[in-house]
Design a protein around this ligand. Sequence first.
Ligand code: PMV
Length: 339
Amino acid sequence: MSAGSRGGKATAAAAANIAFIKYWGIRDEALVLPVNPSISMTLRSCRSLCTAELLAGDRPTEVLLRGDGGELAPAPEAFARGVEAQVERLCEWAGEAVSMRIAAHNSFPTGAGLASSAAGFTALTVAVVGALGRQVEPREMSVLARLSGSGSAARSVFGGYVEWPAGPSDDAGHGVQLAPPEYWQLCNVIAIVDPTPKSVSSRAGHRAAPTSPYYERRQRDLPGRLEVVRRAIAARDLGLLGPAIEEDAIELHLVAMSSRPPIFYWQAGTLAVLEAARRLRADGVEVYCTIDAGPNVHLICGPDDEAAVAATVETLDHVRYVIRDGVGGPPTLEDEHLF
Ligand code: PMV
């Protein structure tokens, strides 16, 4: 990653990531540190763009969203507050008392369990660091992105396959690349069952997780499952990876559904896609599902099966549309700005 030396104004692109082993449970809210390690694949097409520009004078930081037609509009209040807090945090880190104009754009549905916050806050962090004229190593960028509040952003700072360890040092929590994208060309067919923002945030889910009777049990099973996923990535073995990631996703939702109060991210269409994946497997197609904090299903398969998987789930009644994505690289600085 070329991380920001231009100064004044910078635009960054960063991709979402899909967790194979989920971060679910937060052990330090202020430092955004997870209870358990997580492993993900950084995506290629589900990307966020962000432009950051230093503002002259005493003007307050301004947060805009760019629509698909190129128009700029003020961002919704809650999103703007999160962005302003991260801009302030980064300016403080850089020792600069400045404000910024920020514009953001997502190429995919926001807040629907597609890690839009990981992509968005990674792009924001890289753009602001660039506008401040700083150069940082990916590990430090990962810490800075994590502190935005979207912990999974720590993983989107790296391309390919990425682990976010859970400890031991409190402010050293950053992602670590397990393998670059070219090491294993996995595909991710995303079945969009509902593109609208989820009603319960990931943060609320992290907080509620320990109230589930299955949460402790999950912590006991995770070390073994993490090891299987690490081994499967190293060996490029989808037959080993698939059952472990499907099990982990179902377990996250089991914990969520049994939290007090319960959180249901699944919809009827979620079950329909899971069933379609089972039928595809029975027909010899190697495809496995994972689901983040939302109803949409990520179908992980090899390039030879991608078209068949997409064609099958596209025809399901509950599936609105399908995004064909796959493993991708780290954030980049872009020459074209959003304003
Ligand atoms: O990074 P957050 O706070 O948006 O939480 C991410 C939670 C999951 O997407 C469900 C799991 C993960 O590891 O990405």
